[in-house]
Design a protein around this ligand. Structure first.
Ligand code: NI
Ligand code: MN
Length: 228
């Protein structure tokens, strides 16, 4: 019944879910905040939220080295197949599928998704993962605030990972509103401080979350883990 998430910096995660290693948006070698190199990680599955370089990152290299199956939207699935990645599976927004570690549903995200070579990366997504052990964790990935977060909140979230960097995604004020819609037991801020343009005070944000909501806010450093 394990669901342990290690933040690898920026938007990258290494999850241990009931015996499976699941990476999310593994951009490590070009990520100034990364806590490890792409050659250091292992994976059974890799989830890619959208086409931007700070999310696709080292997916191809890690997938080729480990044989991991990449789960992403249909457009990125087809693009990865063309790049020679053997095991990829395409889903789309609102669609979920059972894997050995649990159920992965693609959620909406208000953002862009062009791939690094200019190819169409389809619609950007977030991930709602329900582990076999029944733990539910929402990764908003890159998005602005949207009211339908309320619907994801209705599912009963054990934890939510939200961007707070502003500029490319929600900033601290909208991320606080997101917490009120999602009502997770725990919230963890990500996608900030990687570069100056997304510099934020995560501790101040966490205090505001705990002052104004009943959600516990946990601030991780890259390389640190949270076990749901
Ligand atoms: Ni992006
Ligand atoms: Mn991003």
């Amino acid at each position: 019944m394990t669901f342990k998430i290690t933040w690898l910096g920026h938007a990258a995660f290494d999850c241990e879910i009931d015996g499976s290693r699941v990476l999310i948006d593994p951009c490590l070698d070009e990520n100034p905040a990364a806590s490890c190199a792409s050659s250091d990680v292992d994976a059974d599955y890799i989830l890619v939220s959208h086409g931007h370089g700070d999310h696709v990152g080292d997916t191809i290299g890690i997938a080729n080295r480990t044989g991991a199956t990449v789960i992403t939207n249909n457009e990125i699935h087809l693009w990865l197949s063309k790049q020679g990645v053997k095991n990829t599976h395409g889903q789309h927004i609102g669609g979920g599928r059972e894997y050995p570690f649990g159920y992965v549903k693609l959620t909406i995200a208000h953002h862009g998704s062009m791939l690094p070579d200019g190819s169409n990366g389809g619609s950007p997504a977030g991930f709602l993962i329900t582990s076999k052990g029944g733990k539910k964790v929402y990764f908003a990935c890159d998005t602005g605030l949207f009211l339908d977060m309320q619907l994801y909140g209705d599912e009963g979230l054990d934890a939510a990972f939200l961007p707070i960097g502003d500029n490319f995604t929600m900033g601290p004020a909208d991320a606080l509103r997101a917490v009120k819609l999602l009502r997770p037991s725990v919230v963890i801020p990500v996608h900030y401080n990687t570069w100056d343009v997304i510099k934020q005070d995560a501790d101040a944000w966490a205090k505001q979350v705990e002052d104004e909501t009943s959600t516990k806010a946990v601030v991780l450093k890259p390389g640190e883990s949270y076990e749901v």
